[in-house]
Design a protein around this ligand. Structure first.
Ligand SMILES: *[C@@H]1O[C@H](CO)[C@@H](O)[C@H](O)[C@H]1NC(C)=O
Ligand SMILES: *[C@@H]1O[C@H](CO)[C@@H](O)[C@H](O)[C@H]1NC(C)=O
Length: 229
């Protein structure tokens, strides 16, 4: 939708009677008609987030550019990327969050148009980064336990300050009834993940050149439990 006004723009720029005011009016109109509803904000930020999560830098940069050329606030976009850095990349790459926060700072301090370069850097980085939801999912488990548990009696009665001892000591770090809770799963633990044979076959066919996914041989998921009807 933006292509047409930009064609006009390049034509105007070449024209001898180039009129800056006319060009600006044209640009404003193109922006107003192509990106102006709250639905656009919601759909495009969501499309950007999904593209980054799916490790698709080209798609992610496309949605970033759609939003920025539509006049979107770069700070709004970057806030979502800060969340994404921890939610989707998390422990797989601990540089993601500091880069996202530095970019947020750049968006706030520098603003457009320069900060689009920083945002492009961030979105490219997050797209290519390995992904892990381990810490995000661990927090959700911990939160569910915290909300369901108000009894913390028996916790912290006799705390032994570890550095005082020449040997390891045992403390009760958590209420006794949660003593064996495992919120943070081991890296690579996929025991509670879904297995969708159709979705995997489609991926192998369209993305992996028809070859079986390497994880088929060395990943153990309880497939029976997750088989779709
Ligand atoms: C943002 O990008 C500009 C242009 O490349 C660069 O000069 C600046 O250092 C960047 N800011 C941050 C915080 O990375
Ligand atoms: C499968 O094993 C190979 C070789 O050990 C490893 O490089 C690869 O990352 C594993 N794939 C998955 C999905 O676990």
């Amino acid at each position: 939708m933006l292509a047409l006004p930009f064609l006009f723009l390049s034509w105007l720029l070449k024209a001898r009677d180039f009129d800056e005011a006319k060009v600006l009016t044209l640009l404003r109109r193109s922006v107003a008609t192509s990106y102006d509803t709250s639905e656009d904000h919601y759909n495009m930020i969501s499309a950007l987030h999904k593209s980054v999560r799916g490790s698709q830098p080209d798609a992610a940069l496309y949605w970033l550019a759609r939003m920025l050329t539509g006049g979107e606030d770069p700070v709004y976009i970057c806030r979502r990327m800060v969340v994404c850095a921890s939610e989707d990349i998390g422990l797989a790459d601990n540089h993601a969050l500091p880069l996202a926060v530095a970019t947020l700072h750049a968006c706030q301090q520098i603003g457009m148009p320069e900060c689009r370069i920083n945002l492009s850097h961030l979105v490219s980085y997050l797209s290519e980064a390995p992904k892990s939801t381990r810490s995000y999912e661990a927090y959700k488990r911990a939160e569910a336990a915290a909300l369901g548990e108000s009894d913390s009696s028996g916790y912290g009665k006799s705390y032994l300050y570890n550095p005082d001892y020449a040997h390891p000591v045992l403390n009760a770090y958590i209420p006794p009834q949660l003593q064996d809770a495992k919120f943070l799963k081991k890296a690579g633990d996929v025991s509670d993940k879904m297995w969708d044979e159709d979705a995997l076959t489609t991926w192998e066919h369209n993305v992996n050149g028809g070859m079986p996914w390497e994880g088929r041989t060395n990943i153990s998921v309880d497939k029976s439990e997750h088989e779709l009807p």
